[in-house]
Design a protein around this ligand. Structure first.
Ligand code: GAP
Length: 434
């Protein structure tokens, strides 16, 4: 059964995953701050993406480009001209709406007035600011709306310095900004978000083959990290849906509490971007094939995922409720690689002799994993809290530990317990956590 949206939002807030931004000032709509657990979960998602896209491959390298780039970048990319949504304003209440998202384009959803909309205007989604102290048209710059262009404008720098030959990819993780007209569904669509994008450059005649390859590889990535297969699907865009640069796009979709929605877009961007930047900058971004003694623009296959959105989907997917001995148990069944805390060390009571042992054990585990040492409340409540934040293992130090130098390790999912010698806890966890 799909998890109720309000329940997951409440858990995210109450357990310190995500907070409303600027909450003490009444909150800034659709802006969110990541708390200690959310930061760790988001970082683990990004690390897993980087691991599979960069670290484990010899044909992809990573970069980190500036958020603010030359405004010409966005003219060449087509964002200044085409990165727009059609916006209408109600003449009665002056609220604005995206025309293409209105259930009934003849009636204002805010005040109910009929036929009150203005003609649609194209509203550019890029955030603008000024470079330097003077507000003037010539100082206007944009916050990047995607990380991809930072890769295209560095294509030649990276190719030359990394001595890469086709096919090869350049990956980047970072913040992007879009002045979305209808942000919503918690962190699903926000105006400031993080993307994980990779541009894979290949010979034009091999583009279809690489497109298929990346569809498979990217869908598999979510499944490998534990996302349920029944909640994942690929959906091809039809012709009207394609972006201005794309010859083919498919989305990896997730079954969110409100239905199927996009996690990631995989597009065949053809040679659109390298050609456009060559024309705009006057710098030749063609690839030189020494064997064939020929220059050409490579094609690009782009898997473009949202880090914040994907983190939210992993949180939803992991949410699990069950009844154990007549009591409700909430568990985040996160893959151990994503879990914010890998092991909790819990002394059975606050007795100093137990705390001494548990603190020493936590210190021993810390160089290896993110560990929490928790001494508050009853052991039952502490287990429940660790289940709710997805901690795979709870290590309990009890009074017997002082005699037998052993501890009890509880598995989050099976709730089975093993008695393990204190000196073997690192080995025990390494076998299971890696
Ligand atoms: N370079 C291509 C590109 O940016 P996109 O489909 O617009 O393509 C890629 O964005 C991914 O970025 C989306 O699939 C989504 O996961 C994420 N994303 C886009 N807009 C977002 C927003 N307003 N809030 C959160 N994530 C967003």
């Amino acid at each position: 059964m799909p998890i109720d949206f309000d329940t997951i939002v409440a858990l995210a807030k109450n357990r310190g995953f995500v907070f409303q931004s600027s909450e003490i000032y009444g909150g800034l709509r659709s802006a969110y701050d990541y708390g200690p657990l959310g930061t760790a979960l988001l970082r683990n998602v990004k690390d897993q993406w980087w691991r599979s896209m960069v670290r484990m491959r010899d044909d992809i390298v990573g970069i980190d480009s500036a958020v603010i780039q030359s405004p010409q970048v966005w003219v060449a990319s087509g964002h200044v001209a085409s990165f727009t949504d059609p916006l209408v304003e109600c003449r009665e209440c002056h609220n604005r709406f995206r025309l293409d998202k209105l259930e009934d384009p003849t009636q204002c959803p805010s005040c109910g007035k009929r036929n009150s909309f203005t003609e649609p205007k194209h509203f550019n989604l890029m955030f603008e600011t000024n470079m330097g102290p003077i507000e003037a048209e010539e100082n206007k710059v944009y916050l990047r709306p995607e990380t991809a262009q930072g890769i295209f404008i560095n294509f030649e720098n990276v190719r030359r310095t990394s001595r890469l030959k086709l096919p090869f990819g350049i990956a980047q993780i970072g913040k992007s900004f879009r002045n979305e007209i209808t942000p919503g569904q918690f962190v699903f669509r926000t105006r400031e978000f993080e993307q994980m994008e990779m541009e894979f450059f290949c010979r034009p005649e091999e583009a279809d083959q690489w497109f298929e390859y990346w569809l498979g590889a990217r869908e598999a990535w979510y499944g490998d990290l534990g996302m349920k297969p029944e909640n994942l699907r690929l959906r091809a865009h039809d012709a009207e849906e394609l972006s201005h640069y794309s010859a083919a796009t498919s989305d990896v979709e997730y079954f969110f509490p409100w239905g199927w929605d996009e996690l990631e877009g995989i597009a065949n961007r053809t040679d659109f971007d390298l050609k456009a930047h060559t024309e705009m900058s006057g710098k030749d971004l063609r690839y030189f094939d020494a064997e064939a003694n020929a220059r050409f623009f490579p094609y690009v296959i782009e898997p473009a995922a949202g880090a914040t959105r994907t983190t939210f989907a992993f949180l939803i997917d992991a949410f699990h409720e069950e009844e154990v001995r007549g009591e409700a148990r909430t568990v985040l069944k996160l893959d151990a690689r994503l879990a914010p805390i890998k092991a909790a060390v819990l002394p059975l009571s606050k007795k100093p002799e137990l705390i001494e042992v548990s603190m020493r054990l936590a210190d021993e585990l810390r160089p290896h994993w993110d560990v929490e040492h928790d001494v508050t409340q009853s052991i039952g409540r502490r287990y429940r809290r660790q289940d709710e934040i997805g901690t795979p293992f709870a290590v309990t130090v009890d009074f017997d530990s002082l005699e037998d130098q052993a501890v009890t390790i509880r598995d989050r999912d099976t709730m089975e317990q093993d008695r393990v010698s204190t000196s073997k806890v690192v080995d025990y966890l390494r076998e299971r956590l890696g």
